[in-house]
Write a protein that binds this ligand. Sequence first.
Ligand SMILES: C[S@@+](CC[C@H](N)C(=O)[O-])C[C@H]1O[C@@H](n2cnc3c(N)ncnc32)[C@H](O)[C@@H]1O
Length: 149
Amino acid sequence: MSIAAALAGAAHVLALDLDPLALTATALNAGLNGVTVGAPPAGRLATAVADVVAMAQAADGDPLVARLLAADVVLAGDLFFERSLAAATLTVLRRAVAAGAVVLAGDPGRTYLPPDTFTPVAAFDVPVAAALEDAPVRRTRVLTLPPTG
Ligand SMILES: C[S@@+](CC[C@H](N)C(=O)[O-])C[C@H]1O[C@@H](n2cnc3c(N)ncnc32)[C@H](O)[C@@H]1O
């Protein structure tokens, strides 16, 4: 999602994940897509290790939370697959909405997507690894979190 955001015209994107390997893959993939990696103004996309569960509990002055609260757009990609992670993600996204951000989440039908909370805005049939998922294609929705969500 971070690379797509940069390709869609975001001035700068900060990609967060708990797993440094995921961020290495993001940086490599960004380069392959012509997105410069690094801090602004030279880079369009930077990465940082972050724990959404810790961010949900951290104060507004925490450096990553401060970045979250200053963002125009906050994207969450497939984070509703585990109960505690889903709850923390919703807390973080609600903080971003309250601070004025547009929040979009991508979800391929995970169990812990909070019901009656998000508003669907688009849906796509996404090819997935059948060895990891239970089907070769998953209907994946893009949802927004309304200010009252
Ligand atoms: C299903 S993958 C989605 C990856 C990517 N966001 C996307 O949309 O393709 C879930 C990701 O969540 C990350 N993750 C798991 N627990 C996390 C946490 N507590 N904080 C931040 N990221 C976490 C994993 O490392 C993994 O990269």
